[in-house]
Design a protein around this ligand. Structure first.
Ligand SMILES: Nc1ncnc2c1ncn2[C@@H]1O[C@H](COP(=O)(O)OP(=O)(O)OP(=O)(O)O)[C@@H](O)[C@H]1O
Ligand SMILES: [Mg+2]
Length: 225
């Protein structure tokens, strides 16, 4: 099967050549096929977010190859990476990364402002996406008035609004109680059921058990389980 994401011999060194350099990823190779749902596990500082940032074109590796849908994007410029990021990925962060003093509607609309794909009918797109996530009633609420689970649903709606092929979630349930965490992972599973590729960083065995595959990172080195 063709890989949607293929990393080959990726190294990531922060502050290379300086006294405070960190060798965060070491000769890491990884592949995901379309429709995968993969848990990325490992202890704090292991390199999970670094890996997700490289996959999501938020950061570049120090060396190694990255093939996205078969295309070598290893040497892509920051501008080209930003374009790919917007077109291909939906990112969900642990701390939601929402704009707190704006409404739910505004937060979910934001990626469309930067998108070339959906220029028209943006309001109805936002409404549909909020309905899909069961938060249509909250559309006029300010984000800072919502519960953690509601905020995470807004973050998922924002990640889905551009219809990206790949959803990346960094500890999406880390700040939630276990019942709300279950709601959120089930929600991500539904997203996966629609054919999207979903990668989830998690510390939780229970959350990992919802995924079809699992990889483990320790000290920047990857092992499949
Ligand atoms: N921007 C940065 N500059 C320098 N070092 C960094 C930077 N980001 C991460 N690191 C270092 O790289 C290593 C991997 O960090 P990373 O954030 O990927 O870990 P993680 O597995 O996501 O940890 P956590 O579970 O705590 O979120 C750590 O040693 C961290 O201190
Ligand atoms: Mg992290």
């Amino acid at each position: 099967m063709n890989s949607i994401i293929k990393l080959r011999h990726i190294n990531k060194i922060y502050n290379e050549g300086k006294e405070n350099s960190v060798f965060a990823l070491k000769d890491l190779s990884f592949e995901a096929v379309k429709g995968d749902m993969i848990a990325i596990c490992g202890t704090s500082g292991a390199g999970k977010s670094t890996l997700l940032n490289i996959i999501g074109c938020v950061d570049s590796p120090t060396d190694g190859k990255y093939y996205l849908e078969g295309e070598d994007i290893s040497g892509a410029s920051p501008k080209a990476l930003a374009k790919l990021r917007n077109a291909k990925f939906g990112y969900i962060f642990q701390e939601y990364a929402l704009i707190n003093n704006r409404t739910v509607f505004d937060n979910v609309l934001i990626p469309l402002v930067f998108s070339k794909k959906y220029k028209y009918d943006t309001a109805s797109r936002v409404k549909e996406t909020l309905e899909r996530l069961g938060i249509a009633k909250l559309r006029k609420s300010m984000v800072n008035e919502l519960s953690g689970g509601q905020r995470q649903r807004v973050a998922i709606a924002r990640a889905l609004i551009n219809e990206p092929d790949i959803i990346l979630a960094d500890e999406p349930t880390g700040a939630l109680d276990s019942k709300t965490g279950t709601d959120i992972i089930e929600c991500l599973k539904e997203v996966n059921d629609t054919g999207k590729t979903v990668l989830i960083v998690t510390h939780s065995e229970r959350i990992a058990s919802y995924c079809k595959k699992r990889i483990n990172i320790e000290d920047g080195v990857l092992s499949a389980i």
